[in-house]
Design a protein around this ligand. Sequence first.
Ligand SMILES: [Zn+2]
Length: 117
Amino acid sequence: MSRASRNARRARQHQNEITGPVPAAVYAAIKAEALCVYCGTEADEVDHIWPVSLGGPEHVSNLVAACGTCNRSKADRLLTEWVLARVHQGVLADHKVAAEYARVMKFKIGPRELEAV
Ligand SMILES: [Zn+2]
């Protein structure tokens, strides 16, 4: 069974919007883009930006070239969750994302706890 067929089956299992299955040639063309959209190194895999397990569609608009390291690191998280986690872990230096993380955490812990900091 091809990767495209497996992903289409997974998408059906999650009752996602399906316009495919995405042909294997499309997967190959995305891989041929050569660079990982997340880190810029050589890409050898295709990532579903919005994970199929979380309702992402099996559609070309949801597919990007990625290296294995980024694809496995992101796994089944939303892009926003993954990027926030990487900034929080110090793996990724992005001041705008770090500021957003701080904002999110501020609301999470509440103003009373912030006054004590
Ligand atoms: Zn990468």
